[in-house]
Write a protein that binds this ligand. Structure first.
Ligand SMILES: C[S@@+](CC[C@H](N)C(=O)[O-])C[C@H]1O[C@@H](n2cnc3c(N)ncnc32)[C@H](O)[C@@H]1O
Length: 282
């Protein structure tokens, strides 16, 4: 495992400045003085979380990044061309949380679904912790997701994780019928940003969630629109902030479905044409 400063040196040498983790790690040095003056332990925990990441000492033709969680070295193959092809800091926060909170959020033998799984790191960690995992994302992400998941879970997990397409709001009744959804946990890292599917995302959370399902959602705040999403989310779910990492603009939430009587459902738009259960939003 690399120390943070040596990791920063490594990054400078390999010049992969476009990676989201890299931006954070490069900023962390500058932020460190400020944070320690403020006396919070945010910087300490964030450094600990980020230290779980390492880059290979040999530069190879395929780019991969390494992570240490649950006593395993996890190798993630990335691509630089889309949102789901790199590991985002929110994913590390969620992995760290799952690993260090086994007593309260025990994944063993639980039914878990991850939405917007990207490279699959969170799903891999949940599987290594003993969960039955379904990792989902858009169809174009599934090849790399399946590759990372198979590579890091084969012979290491009690339950082999499944990889499945889930495009938010699309064909939910066909692919994930409510009657057979029985998820103990829904995991989501960095799924809210400037994309046009916030309404569909909310519908998806609602569709997958039963009364007893716990959502563990790590949210990176970038724009005002994200605050609005949280407000809107609170109308359907009881939301509890579990941790906050101000230096990352990241919050970790736990949420559970409100009873139907207290939830404020939006008016339905009459649009079933594309298979999207569309509602007026934001
Ligand atoms: C910022 S990335 C986060 C990836 C991963 N959770 C992480 O934290 O490393 C957002 C993820 O949401 C997925 N996504 C975006 N729009 C989606 C949609 N309409 N339906 C399903 N997944 C979507 C992307 O493919 C991507 O994997």
């Amino acid at each position: 495992m690399y120390h943070l400063s040596s990791f920063q040196e490594m990054i400078k040498k390999t010049s992969i400045y476009s990676h989201p983790l890299v931006h954070h790690l490069m900023d962390l040095g500058a932020e460190k003085g400020k944070l320690s003056r403020e006396g919070g332990d945010d910087d300490k925990v964030v450094a600990e979380i980020m230290a779980r990441c390492f880059v290979p000492s040999l530069i190879t033709t395929t780019s991969w990044e390494g992570f240490h969680f649950v006593g395993h070295e996890i190798r993630i193959t990335e691509a630089m061309d889309c949102y789901g092809a790199v590991v985002w800091p929110s994913a590390l926060v969620l992995c760290y949380f799952l690993e260090t909170n086994v007593k309260h959020y025990n994944m063993a033998d639980k039914n878990v679904i991850e939405i917007g799984a990207g490279t699959g790191l969170v799903s891999i960690v949940a599987s290594l912790l003993g969960a039955h995992v379904t990792a989902t994302d858009l169809p174009e992400l599934l090849g790399n997701l399946q590759y990372n998941i198979s590579r890091n879970t084969k012979t290491k997990c009690k339950h082999l994780p499944q990889v499945k397409e889930l495009s938010w709001g699309i064909a939910l009744d066909e692919n994930f019928p409510r009657s057979s959804n029985n998820f103990d946990y829904i995991l989501a890292a960095d799924v809210v940003y400037a994309h046009p599917f916030l309404e569909e995302l909310l519908i998806t959370f609602d569709h997958l969630c039963k009364e007893t399902t716990i959502i563990l959602w790590v949210m990176k705040f970038r724009l005002e629109k994200e605050n609005k999403f949280v407000d809107r989310f609170k109308e359907l779910f009881d939301l509890e902030e579990i941790s906050s990492f101000p230096s990352l603009n990241i919050k970790l939430y736990k949420a559970m479905k409100k009873s139907r009587r207290s939830a404020r459902y939006p008016q339905r738009r009459a649009s079933k044409a594309k298979g999207v259960s569309s509602r007026v939003f934001l």
